[in-house]
Design a protein around this ligand. Structure first.
Ligand code: 13P
Length: 262
């Protein structure tokens, strides 16, 4: 069984003091939860102070983006080395908002994934179809392209800890979720691609999160699906009560594989 991973993507929300207040509360409330991995991805400016609060807790820190170079003249960018230095273990890469508003391409996403891994960060590689792609029956083609291009040329050893987040673009921030069985089908399809690209072991151990309007009401249904290994949460992760309900709704009994690598 794969260990569920619940990640909060705060996007461009919360000032430093709000971020710190949130994680201080979460640290206490989630103190006894070990059957679920919990990752908080605040804005860059809060990473250092949040890292201090998360030290020696069961909560992990992630960034929302990074550039693929180690250092240099790239005004306004943040490097994987800086993220490691500040205490991040995870980094979200290729979120649909980055693809849409900042014109990130599949190739950019690939460079970021590769670079993150080489600097010992675990990428949460986001992918998913737009509404129009779904309506025209192209969901699986889009997902296949994004998986293949994102992982292009990476070895089994390199990607073994990677997380994939399937986030249908039409479900993000809209209140519409993919039905649990639809999400499960796409996750299953992603596993079939991983099996073709790598092998059964990779396909069965890589964790695939669902994202898009996840909330305390729909978490149970999503987590009942065999191929859903957790969720990437936007809006509902900004409120401590709803985020705690999501965490509590996502535990699975039994022994867990994965998730203890960092
Ligand atoms: P919402 O949960 O607000 O729909 O956002 C999902 C998301 O984009 C997480 O990365």
């Amino acid at each position: 069984m794969r260990k569920p991973i619940i990640a909060a993507n705060w996007k461009m929300n919360k000032a430093i003091s709000e971020s710190v207040d949130f994680v201080k509360d979460l640290k206490d409330l989630a103190m006894d939860i070990f059957n679920v991995e919990i990752v908080i991805c605040p804005p860059f400016i809060s990473l250092a102070t949040v890292a201090e609060v998360l030290k020696d807790t069961n909560l992990k820190l992630g960034a929302q983006n990074m550039y693929w170079e180690k250092s240099g003249a790239f005004t306004g960018e943040i490097s994987p080395v800086m993220l490691r230095d500040i205490g991040c273990h995870y980094v979200i890469v290729g979120h649909s908002e980055r693809r849409e508003y900042f014109k990130e391409t599949d190739e950019d996403v690939h460079r970021k994934v590769k670079s993150a891994i080489s600097f010992n960060l675990i990428p949460i590689m986001c992918l998913g179809e737009k509404l129009q792609e779904r309506e025209s029956g192209n969901t699986l083609d889009v997902v296949e392209r994004q998986v293949k291009k994102g992982l292009d040329g990476l070895t089994k050893e390199e990607i073994k800890n990677l997380i994939i987040a399937y986030e249908p673009v039409w479900a993000i921030g809209t209140g519409k979720t993919a039905s649990p069985s639809d999400a499960n089908e796409v996750h299953k399809f992603i596993r079939s691609i991983l099996k073709k690209l790598y092998d059964e072991e990779i396909s069965s151990t890589i964790r695939i999160q669902y994202g898009g309007s996840v909330n305390p009401e729909n978490i149970d249904g999503l987590m009942k699906e065999e191929e859903v290994d957790g969720v990437l949460v936007g809006g509902a992760s900004l409120n401590i009560n709803s985020f705690m309900k999501i965490i509590k709704g996502s535990g699975r009994p039994g022994p867990m594989k994965g998730g203890d690598q960092v």
